[in-house]
Design a protein around this ligand. Structure first.
Ligand code: APR
Length: 243
């Protein structure tokens, strides 16, 4: 079956290339970007630093390093602003450019996440049908095995409604544990910042007693664990909403 939908963590998928839903800097982030960078190791970021970023709708390729996949194809999806700002064309371009790169590098198998369907807010049902449509038209002229890798609960429910049962290699517990890892990282990052002496003095900031902030990080941890989107995802969404 040249195109299949599966539910899995893309960092575990054995294939020639995994596609990363990156941002224009290509310097990592949360969601699948964070997962791929964590699994691939620091060499991936080092190579990404040499690429000079990536335009929305375009794609660039690096090695996969510690991932099972030989390559990572980094593509930058559009942020969803309601669908009247060329979002669909940009999303289609992500799939076309990524598949063209996979073909150029003689990949026989590729795995895609649902580009833009997380932090970037693209409606999941629309994102799934754009992915399926672009990959299907590519496969009408090319031989390749392509997986669309579904991860979160809502995307899984939507894809089952659209396409019937799909093979699931992870469950909701796995997803919430791994999304939790993402959000748990924020208090760590916060407490790292708190330990940072220059932050204590706070250039231009009235220095606050660090104990306060450490306590804030603790209570933030509880607050975060009850969020249905991780703090980093909420932060990225706010940044994108502010343009
Ligand atoms: N494996 C497969 N899919 C995953 C994984 C994973 N390990 N983790 C998340 N996903 C899914 C999400 O559930 C969502 O359906 O990938 C899809 C895309 O979500 P995001 O990773 O948030 O990507 P996107 O919406 O394109 O936003 C990109 O988020 O992480 C930052 O640096 C990234 O700024 C960029 C923005």
């Amino acid at each position: 079956m040249p195109l299949q939908l599966i539910r899995d963590d893309i960092t575990r998928v054995r294939c020639d290339a995994v596609v990363n839903a990156a941002n224009n800097s290509l310097l990592g982030g949360g969601g699948v970007d964070g997962a791929i960078h964590r699994a691939a190791g620091p060499e991936l970021l080092a190579e990404c630093r040499t690429l000079g970023g990536c335009d929305t709708g375009d794609a660039k390729i690096t090695r996969g390093y510690k991932l099972p996949a030989k390559y990572v194809i980094h593509t930058v999806g559009p942020v969803w602003y309601g669908g009247k700002n060329g979002e669909e064309e940009l999303l289609r371009s992500c799939y076309r450019r990524s598949l063209a790169l996979a073909k150029e590098y003689n990949c026989e198998s590729v795995a895609f996440p649902l580009i833009s369907a997380g932090v970037y807010g693209y409606p999941k049902d629309k994102a799934i049908s754009v992915a399926e449509d672009e990959i299907t038209s590519f496969l009408s002229d090319n031989d390749m095995l392509v997986d669309i890798v579904i991860f979160d609960k809502s995307a899984f429910r939507i894809s089952e409604k659209l396409y019937g049962d799909i093979a699931a290699f992870i469950d909701d517990k796995y997803v919430s544990e791994h999304e939790m890892t993402d959000s748990r990282r924020v208090p760590e990052m916060l407490s790292e910042k708190i330990q940072n002496p220059c932050f204590r003095k706070g250039a231009g900031r009235s220095p606050r007693p660090c104990a306060d902030l450490a306590a804030a990080a603790e209570s933030l941890d509880e607050a975060l664990s009850s969020l249905d989107e991780s703090f980093s995802e909420m932060l990225l969404r706010k940044i994108d909403e502010k343009g």
